[in-house]
Design a protein around this ligand. Structure first.
Ligand code: EPU
Length: 418
């Protein structure tokens, strides 16, 4: 298993480019199942979760060609409408094939995800939504089987809590349903909007993506399309925090600043200088005194839960007490104990973490527990005195493409060892 060895203390200086969004690419790849024609997707990050869904799509019946960051998918027919446990247990987003499969061939068998390092992650709302659209659902042996032999029909689906992939799954189911579907209390994340843009290019009729009510008028069939996915706002945000925590001067290029509003606001309140040199670039200059600022995670456009761990690393270096409240997941503080091993003063009480700073961090052996937790340990290590060894970096490889290369180019002392 690979490890990162990081010698802390170097201020980062320079430009870091942003990759395409993992969480926009995953549903875009699944959407290719909705048509027998080729779908060409650009800016697909070469991260592990993407390889996992590509494997799943091949098993289902897609022919895939990967050329750098471009993926061409062609699914003349669905060979096996199934997402097996072996894949779902490594990546929950595999449930994104549920909606497209039922829509395209009237049938899907998808393993239920089990426990997860960041808390319970049921898919009851995906299932509820499909039932509203007329699918018959059977649950047995750890799998759910959905059937709609006569096709799905439009309906009103009222989510009782906001779910990102649930909204995406239902949108993909509804595009081929008979009549109109209305998704209420839908997720407003940019990744949902990006999926709607791709589906529209394929011939779908969707209105309201980006708001909490999405209307979909089902069509008979969808065609091929070519689409470039949006930049990864979480990767970009992680690099902005890297600049701030090391008191460096980092310019993050190829991003969409409007997707990073909540983070930029917190950084500015904490005393970090953030500027926007152009429409696709953000620059952070640290070095001043960092102030503690409380933060509560929220659905978009609030502060993303996927940046909570990284923000916590930053707050260990800020003066005062920051109260961080996690409202999206019930157990997303695994990084707190590891940061504490490096010398941070963090107390976790239920869904809230109290971070008192600034505390000098010192290098230590730590373990990555999930994707974003690992990113926070990298950030802590960049500022720690001495050497940190982060074990199980396969977690970080799920969602960051060559993070060590990108950070090393701007001055970080980081290397991967096998
Ligand atoms: N929930 C339910 N029932 C459902 C679905 C969700 O109770 O049927 C609950 C979840 O347990 C959670 C909350 O609703 O407490 C929100 O979950 P959501 O469904 O929005 O999360 P997700 O769609 O599974 C996506 C991202 C996550 C990100 C969350 C929240 C993808 C592939 N994943 O997950 O990204 O944290 O939205 O923004 O888009 C990551 O990239 O590191 C990551 C975990």
């Amino acid at each position: 298993m690979d490890k990162f060895v990081i010698a802390g203390g170097a201020a980062l200086h320079g430009e870091i480019p942003t990759n395409g969004s993992k969480n926009a690419a995953l549903p875009a790849l699944a959407a290719a199942l909705l048509t027998a024609e080729p779908v060409v997707l650009h800016r697909i990050p070469r991260v592990r979760d993407i390889r996992t869904i590509e494997r799943l799509l091949v098993d289902i019946g897609s022919r895939t060609e990967v050329d750098g960051e471009t993926v061409r998918l062609h699914t003349p027919e669905i060979v096996c409408p199934e997402a097996p446990y072996e894949l779902v247990k490594t990546m929950r987003a595999s449930s994104l094939v549920l909606g497209p499969l039922v829509a395209r061939c009237g049938r899907a068998r998808v393993s239920l995800p089990g426990g997860c390092a960041i808390g319970a992650r049921p898919i009851n709302l995906h299932i509820f939504g499909l039932e509203q659209l007329g699918a018959r659902i059977n649950q047995a042996h750890g799998y759910i089987e959905a059937e709609a032999p006569q096709g799905l029909r439009g309906a009103v689906v009222q989510f009782d809590r906001i779910t990102v992939t649930g909204t995406e799954d239902l949108m993909m189911a509804a595009v081929l349903a008979k009549g109109e579907t209305v998704l209420r209390n839908a997720a407003r994340e940019p990744e949902v909007v990006d999926l709607a843009a791709l589906l529209t290019k394929m011939g779908a009729r969707i209105e309201g993506a980006g708001s909490s009510t999405i209307r979909i008028e089902g069509v008979e069939r969808l065609g091929g399309a070519e689409h470039t996915v949006i930049p990864d706002r979480i990767e970009a945000g992680t690099f902005l925090i890297a600049g701030a925590i090391t008191a460096g001067d980092v310019t993050v290029t190829d991003c969409l600043p409007e997707h990073l509003g909540a983070l930029v606001s917190k950084l500015q309140q904490a005393g970090v200088e953030v500027t926007q040199p152009d429409a696709a670039t953000l620059r952070v200059r640290g070095g001043g005194r960092l102030r503690s600022v409380d933060m509560t995670t929220e659905e978009y456009p609030g502060f993303a839960t996927d940046l909570q761990a990284q923000y916590m690393a930053l707050m260990t270096q800020a003066e005062g007490i920051a109260i961080i409240i996690e409202t999206i997941f019930d157990n997303r503080f695994m990084h707190a104990q590891e940061l504490a091993r490096m010398g941070a003063n963090i107390r976790v009480e239920g869904r809230q973490a109290i971070v008192a700073g600034p505390h000098v961090l010192t290098g230590a052996g730590v373990i990555a527990s999930d994707l974003r937790a690992s990113a926070s340990l990298v950030l802590g290590a960049l500022v720690a005195k001495g050497e940190t060894v982060i074990d199980r970096v396969y977690h970080i490889d799920r969602g960051y493409e060559k993070i060590e290369t990108k950070l090393a180019r701007v001055g970080a002392h980081i290397r991967r060892v096998e």
